[in-house]
Design a binder for this molecule. Structure first.
Ligand code: SAH
Length: 416
């Protein structure tokens, strides 16, 4: 996000650029630009997303020069820990199950520290910070867990106009966001024709890495959005237990969800997916299967968060999973997929004080900030009282940067 670091192209192969950042090189896919050795670019999620003018790049690099190494040093120090406690990573399914059931405080601490140290070894101190714009809470689906389900007639619905979406994008881009998620309910109002214009404009004007999170649309829709410049999709499978899936998503098919994820991957999208933690009837075996299912898509971003029951839904009485269980799950995911990008979800921040920091110290390495205009945020009520619901964007960014600095993480995601 905010102050992503520009890098200099040092090598070019068809569709692939090698970029130098202060002596370290990374590779990034190049779908969009005509590049030459010596050009400066921004990359996000393994993709070149903007070309930068040399004078602008040099200015930014000057500002980054010391901080780049300082942050690394701090992260190295904070994550220094022998990662040998559980033998080799990735750990087996059996080991993962065993670790999910530990309850002793010291054992949990050991797990969190090990996961943090493996995160550092596998990925260094990069931390992706995406902005999310929830542009419509209108939803044709009736998921039992979700407050914006169509049967919740108590909720006032909104749809942001293309102009409103663009002005939210402009604000986020102005604050330096380089990766944006456009999320909504299942809302057919945004037809292919309407939405591809929005995607194309965001791509052209702001060069952000665009993730779509608009639910199940057909292949033709997603192919058009890819053509317009979107490169990521956030679509959770919610649970890998197909029987449970059928219960919590009436009328939907688990096979179809998986088919969707497969064709999205096939089109070329980066996949962000995951599941809800604490669904009624879900077991630790299901959770391990969830991680393995996510891994099978070559998932770019692991998005797993606690389920928070909403009073206007059939699952209103489900108890919320304890926050430590979520940290354990994040740590185990890190041990199962050492190089995963693992998200701290807003739902986790909602159930636990200081959860963002604790999760980042337990294996996670990315989070999202809410870029939705404040007047609509409360209405995007998938559950009640979401964290940061009234916090302005600038303030959120400042808070995030100060946390990252404290933890020695670089708020950027440079490439492969
Ligand atoms: N229509 C899109 C986006 C849905 S909202 C889609 O289907 O992908 C995004 C995510 O919010 C969902 O995938 C779900 O996992 C999560 N969510 C919904 N209700 C929730 C709740 N009560 N608690 C926590 N997360 C919830």
């Amino acid at each position: 996000m905010c102050y992503a670091i520009p890098g200099k192209i040092v090598e070019i192969q068809p569709g692939l650029a090698t970029i130098n950042y202060f002596g370290e090189t990374r590779k990034a896919r190049n779908d969009f630009f005509n590049l030459a050795i010596g050009d400066y670019v921004y990359a996000q999620g393994g993709l070149v997303i903007q070309k930068v003018r040399e004078d602008e790049a040099l200015l930014s690099l000057e500002a980054w020069k010391e901080l780049f190494f300082e942050l690394k040093k701090r992260d190295n120090k904070l994550s220094k820990f022998s990662a040998a406690a559980y033998g080799k990573v990735p750990i087996t399914k059996e080991k993962a199950l065993e670790l999910l059931s530990i309850s002793d405080k010291k054992e949990k601490e050991l797990l969190f520290k090990t996961a943090n140290s493996i995160r550092q070894k596998a990925l260094g101190n990069a931390c992706c910070v995406h902005g999310i714009i929830e542009f419509s809470n209108t939803c044709a689906a009736d998921c039992l867990y979700c407050g914006i389900r169509r049967s919740n007639t108590a909720l006032a619905r909104y749809r942001m106009t293309p102009q409103e979406i663009m002005s939210a994008v402009k604000e986020a881009a102005g604050l330096g966001f380089k990766a944006l998620v456009l999320q909504s309910g299942e809302d057919p109002y945004y037809t292919k024709e309407i939405f591809e214009k929005i995607v194309a404009e965001v791509h052209k004007e702001y060069g952000a890495l665009i993730f779509l999170s608009v639910g199940e649309r057909d292949r033709d829709f997603y192919a058009a959005m890819f053509k317009a410049g979107a490169r990521g999709v956030l679509l959770r499978f919610e649970t890998s237990n197909s029987g449970l899936y059928a219960k919590i998503k009436p009328g939907a098919s688990f096979e179809k969800r998986i088919e969707n994820l497969n064709f999205l991957k096939d089109i070329g999208y980066l996949i962000a997916t995951g599941a809800l933690l604490g669904l009624p009837g879900s077991t630790n075996e299901d959770l391990i299967a969830d991680v393995l299912l996510a891994r099978s898509f070559g998932t770019e971003m692991y998005s797993f968060g606690p389920f928070i029951p909403h009073p206007e839904t059939p699952l209103r009485d489900t108890p919320i999973v304890a926050k430590d269980e979520v940290f354990k799950f994040i740590a185990v995911t890190r041990l199962m997929v050492p190089d995963a990008k693992i998200l701290v979800t807003t739902a986790l921040e909602t159930i636990g004080q200081d959860a963002r920091r604790l999760a980042l110290m337990s294996g996670a390495n990315s989070f999202m900030l809410n870029v939705t205009p404040i007047k609509y945020r409360r209405q995007y009520e998938i559950y009640k009282n979401r964290a940061n619901i009234e916090v302005g964007l600038k303030e959120q960014v400042e808070e995030a940067l100060s946390l990252l600095k404290d933890l020695g993480r670089a708020p950027t995601d440079l490439g492969l």
